[in-house]
Every structure is written in structure tokens, then in C-alpha cells.
Design a protein around this ligand. Structure first.
Ligand code: FES
Ligand code: FES
Length: 161
């Protein structure tokens, strides 16, 4: 049976008719063509599919789309400003070369964003703790942590997230 689900995706109201139990990840990627959010493990273990739901970092492979009815979802496509400027977290990842293949990067950035919304001035250890369940097969961990700390500093100096 088809169900209509409405939510906001990167600031725009979207309405999708889904058949059966579809995860938010499937709907974002397949129904709405936003492929920045990655399918890694599909079982909540890697963090590649992380998005923000009402500003909370959540694994989109583990949540049914009907459970985000009327909520606000942010994906990696929603982080750039309207004029195309990268978000400070994205910029820091580029500047510090915090990626190799890039597959984990959208999930890393969204998880970091959720972390900085909760704790804008984290210590290195707090960033390590907050990011420890997001996996990077390329092993870019040190540069990822450095980039998040750099972004936190920049955001605290001049930009409100
Ligand atoms: S794809 Fe969702 S946690 Fe791995
Ligand atoms: S950069 Fe390749 S998985 Fe993280």
C-alpha cells in the first residue's frame, strides 16, 4: 500500500508516495535523487548515511521514512550556501585534505555538524568520542578530526551555524 510522506529536505517541502517500508536513505537517494548521502553497510554500523533530522545526526539507513513525517532533514547537498560557498566544515575538510576516496565524507561532515550544533567548542577528545562510530576505510581519521577542530574554531570566530 502506498503512503504519502511529507518532510522538509534541505529547506524545501517534499512529498513522496512510498510503497511498503522504505528507509529514509532509500527515499533520499532513489526517490529524491540526492545521492550525496551514501549507502555503506545498510545496518547502522558505518555512518556513511548520516543526515541531520531536526538538527540531530541520525543514520538514515536505520529509520523508516514514515518516521520523519513533518521533520526537517539536512543532507550534504543542503550545507552549501545559496551562492555556492562551501560550509566551513566542508571547507576545512578540503583545506586539510581530510578525505581520500570521499565515500565516508558526507556522513562524517553531517555527524560533525550535529556534534558542533550540540557542542560548539569541543575538545579534541570530545571530537574523537563524537566521531568514533563513523568509519573511514581509507584511514583519514587524524585529518578528519583536525578538520572538525579547525571548522569549530572558524565557526566560533565568525560564522553562526
Ligand atoms: S549505511 Fe547507514 S550506517 Fe552504514
Ligand atoms: S575517505 Fe575513503 S572511506 Fe573515508
Amino acid at each position: 500500500m502506498y503512503k504519502a510522506v511529507n518532510f522538509k529536505l534541505n529547506g524545501e517541502v517534499v512529498s513522496v508516495d512510498v510503497f511498503g517500508d522504505e528507509t529514509l536513505l532509500t527515499v533520499i537517494r532513489t526517490y529524491l535523487d540526492k545521492t550525496g548521502t551514501k549507502y555503506g553497510c545498510g545496518i547502522g554500523q558505518c555512518g556513511a548515511c548520516t543526515v541531520l533530522i531536526d538538527n540531530e545526526a541520525i543514520r538514515s539507513c536505520m529509520i523508516l521514512v514514515e518516521d520523519v513525517q513533518n521533520k526537517e532533514i539536512t543532507t550534504i547537498e543542503g550545507l552549501e550556501s545559496k551562492n555556492g560557498d562551501l560550509h566551513p566544515i566542508q571547507k576545512a575538510f578540503v583545506e586539510l585534505d581530510a578525505l581520500q576516496c570521499g565515500f565516508c565524507t558526507p556522513g562524517m561532515i553531517l555527524n560533525a555538524y550535529g556534534l558542533l550544533l550540540k557542542n560548539p567548542t569541543p575538545t579534541r577528545q570530545e571530537v574523537l568520542d563524537g566521531m568514533e562510530e563513523n568509519l573511514c576505510r581509507c584511514g583519514s581519521y587524524n585529518r578528519i578530526i583536525d578538520a572538525i577542530l579547525k571548522a569549530a574554531k572558524e565557526l566560533n570566530e565568525k560564522v553562526k551555524i
